[in-house]
Design a protein around this ligand. Structure first.
Ligand code: PMP
Length: 353
C-alpha cells in the first residue's frame, strides 16, 4: 500500500507506545497489582457462536447500582480510550485539555483532524483556571477533557476549579475519573443533573480489570443517546461482559480492600521515599506518583531501576514539564519493598532519619 495514500494528520502522529518488559516489578502502566480468578461457571456462560449483548445490559445494571445513576445514563466502551474517540467524534473540536495530561486526548483529536488547545498546568500541577477560561472565551472549544486525578502528575485538581470551567464552558466537559477510586475528592457523577454540559468518564482498568477493557461515560440521557449513535455494534465482547458481571456481583468487598491496600501502600512508599534527600516526591491522589532524582538525570535512574528489575515510566524530553520525572505505579507490598530497596542501593544515600 502506498504510504502517500495515508492522510497527513495520520502520518504526523506517533503511535501510543507500550513497553513490554519482563522484570521483577512492573510499575510502569498504572495497573492494579491485584487481579481476580475467573470462575469456570462464568466462562461457561459465554456462547462463542453468539454476538455479545450490544447494550451490555447486565453490566450496566450492576454499575448503575455502584455509581447510583440510572443505566440509561451509562454508555459502555472497549476501555475509556474508545469513548474518548466517540466523545470527540460527537462534538468535533477544538479540543481543550491541560498539559501534561493523558496523551490519548491529543492523539485522538489529531487522528480526527481536530484542532487542539493544550493549556499548561501551573508549576504545582494545578489547573491554570484563568488561562483555561480565557481560552474558552477566545476559542470556544467544543470539548474539554479534565483528568482528575490527572495522569501523569497524580494530583486531583481543586474541585472549585473544575466547577468554574464547567460553568464557563459552552462545550462539553469530560471529567475523566480513571483514578478517582484512589482519591479523597468526591466524584463528579453527582453533578450530572446540575450541568447540561458535563459527562464523567470511568474505567475498570485501574481497579483490577485492565485485561477486560471496560470503560464508561456517565451523563444526561440526551447526551448519552447522541454519543451512543457512534458506538460500534458489539463493542464490548461477551467474555469481558460476563466476567465483569460475575466478579462485580461477588467481589465488592475484595475490590474495596484492594483499593485501600493500594492507598496505604502509596502512603508507605511516599513516606519512605521522602526520607531521601536526593529525591523529590510529588503529591498523589492516584495509584501512582511522580518522583524526580535531584542528583542524577531521570533517565539514569530509570535505566538503573530497569537493570535492577523495576520498570517505571520515564517521560524524557518529550514532556518538558516532567523533565527528569519518573512515574511509579503502586505495586504489591512485596514489589514496593523491592522497589524501595533498589532505590536505596542506587541513590546510595543514608536516610536522614
Ligand atoms: N483516562 C486516563 C486518565 C488514563 O490514564 C487511562 C489509561 N492510562 C485511560 C483514560 C484509559 O483507560 P482504559 O484502559 O479504560 O482505556
Amino acid at each position: 500500500m502506498l504510504v502517500s495514500l495515508i492522510k497527513q494528520n495520520v502520518i504526523n502522529l506517533s503511535a501510543y507506545k507500550v513497553n513490554d518488559f519482563e522484570c521483577k516489578a512492573k510499575l510502569d502502566a498504572n495497573e492494579s497489582p491485584f487481579g481476580f480468578d475467573i470462575s469456570p461457571e462464568a466462562l461457561n456462560l459465554v456462547k462463542t457462536n453468539k454476538y455479545p449483548d450490544p447494550e451490555a445490559r447486565e453490566l450496566r445494571a450492576i454499575l448503575s447500582k455502584m455509581w447510583d445513576v440510572p443505566p440509561e445514563n451509562i454508555l459502555h466502551g472497549n476501555g475509556s480510550d474508545e469513548l474518548i474517540y466517540y466523545c470527540i467524534m460527537a462534538t468535533g473540536g477544538p479540543v481543550l485539555y491541560p498539559t501534561p495530561t493523558f496523551v490519548m486526548y491529543s492523539i485522538i483529536a489529531k487522528s480526527l483532524s481536530e484542532a487542539t488547545l493544550p493549556i499548561a498546568l501551573n508549576e504545582d500541577f494545578e489547573l491554570d483556571t484563568d488561562a483555561i477560561i480565557k481560552t474558552i472565551h477566545k476559542k470556544n472549544p467544543r470539548i474539554i477533557f479534565i483528568s482528575s486525578p490527572n495522569n501523569p502528575t497524580g494530583n486531583a485538581f481543586a474541585v472549585e476549579n473544575i466547577h468554574r470551567i464547567i460553568m464557563e464552558s459552552k462545550g462539553l466537559v469530560v471529567v475523566d475519573e480513571a483514578y478517582q477510586s484512589f482519591s479523597d475528592k468526591p466524584s463528579f457523577v453527582s453533578y450530572i443533573g446540575n450541568y447540561d454540559n458535563l459527562v464523567v468518564m470511568k474505567t475498570l482498568s485501574k481497579i483490577g480489570f485492565a485485561a477486560l477493557r471496560l470503560g464508561f461515560v456517565i451523563g444526561r440521557e440526551d447526551i448519552i443517546k447522541e454519543i451512543n449513535k457512534l458506538r460500534l455494534p458489539y463493542n464490548v465482547n461477551s467474555l469481558s461482559q460476563t466476567i465483569a458481571v460475575d466478579l462485580l456481583s461477588k467481589k465488592q468487598s475484595e475490590l474495596s480492600e484492594d483499593i485501600q491496600t493500594i492507598i496505604s501502600e502509596r502512603y508507605r512508599l511516599m513516606e519512605r521515599l521522602n526520607e531521601f534527600n536526593a529525591l523529590r516526591v510529588y503529591p498523589s491522589d492516584s495509584n501512582f506518583f511522580l518522583i524526580k532524582p535531584l542528583r542524577m538525570k531521570g533517565v539514569e535512574l530509570y535505566s538503573k531501576l530497569l537493570e535492577s528489575g523495576v520498570a517505571v515510566k520515564s517521560f524524557g524530553a518529550a514532556v518538558p514539564a516532567l523533565n527528569d520525572c519518573l512515574r511509579v505505579t503502586v505495586g504489591t507490598p512485596e514489589e514496593n519493598t523491592f522497589f524501595l530497596n533498589c532505590i536505596e542501593k542506587i541513590l546510595n544515600t543514608k536516610r536522614t532519619t
